[in-house]
Design a protein around this ligand. Sequence first.
Ligand SMILES: Cc1cc2nc3c(=O)[nH]c(=O)nc-3n(C[C@H](O)[C@H](O)[C@H](O)COP(=O)(O)O)c2cc1C
Ligand code: SF4
Ligand code: SF4
Length: 300
Amino acid sequence: MSKHQISRRSALKLFGAATATLAMGGVVPITACSTHKGEKLSKKRLVFFFTGTGNSLYVAKSLVADGGTALSIPQLLKEKDLNFEADEIGLVYPKYREIPEIVKEFLTRAQFKCDYFFGVITYGRHLRNDAQTLVDAMKEKKVKVAYVNGVKMADNRLQRFDMAQELKENDPAKIDAAIAAIVKDVDARKQFVITPDGEAPAHRPHAREHNFVGADEMFEITDACIGCSICEYVCPRGCYSVENDHAKAQGMCEQCLACAQACPQLAIAPTEGDANPKARYRNPNVSLREIERANSQMKL
Ligand SMILES: Cc1cc2nc3c(=O)[nH]c(=O)nc-3n(C[C@H](O)[C@H](O)[C@H](O)COP(=O)(O)O)c2cc1C
Ligand code: SF4
Ligand code: SF4
């Protein structure tokens, strides 16, 4: 270990993560489980989620707090059989201009059978017509979407927004009230699709068909890196490797920013710019360990 290096455990502690993992009452299993295979789950509600910085995970946890199971999409994608049957099935994900690539991949492979299908999209600025995008995507799978709503939360695009400011500007009580209202709607199996809050972005003829970027183009890893491996564990695409106490990023990057936001050394610098290189974000109700368990492509 070099003199700058601290152990992974110390890094987790420094970043305030170690405390939170087991401290939550009624923690939901957030990794893939095999119980979905074959039979109808005894739990009536299944919620599939993807998260980079915990906003969507917090919403998913809230939706199953009184029963049900939240399952992480990056973990489920490791499985062959993605046939799900439950009374109620929900999807929770962050808006990345539209549906994140990893969620699209899941939707392409998975089959759903349920009485009530719902979606919740977390976003930082505008939802626009994203609810309808989900309805249309599910129509192709012959699934009727009964309910889609959005929750405005801290915008985690650190290239554009100062994370310290985002934390200040997003009132936790307001967010909790919005989530509680959605949970109530879903419990009552309400039929509702939120209307666009503004124009859909104009069609860009040269837009890429996907939103992947090379992880090496997306980030520079600075000398502040101590090789703690947290980036390796939070990346849902397995883009990181640590050698000689220094992290390296390569491969298809989802742009979720989990790595840059979680690095305890602030050593992952987005090449596109950094609104406040000293401020990073994780949803206050979610531990680093939960994000690792949701996203890790490594053995935990
Ligand atoms: C690549 C990327 C693209 C995003 N695009 C939008 C957007 O177009 N509109 C918006 O309101 N928020 C956008 N956001 C903000 C996220 O949707 C928002 O912060 C979300 O709650 C993050 O959820 P998470 O913590 O579960 O990852 C984007 C975030 C990322 C990382
Ligand atoms: S870049 Fe990765 S390995 Fe290096 S300090 Fe940050 S999280 Fe740890
Ligand atoms: S490299 Fe970072 S931003 Fe890209 S997928 Fe991995 S964790 Fe997300």
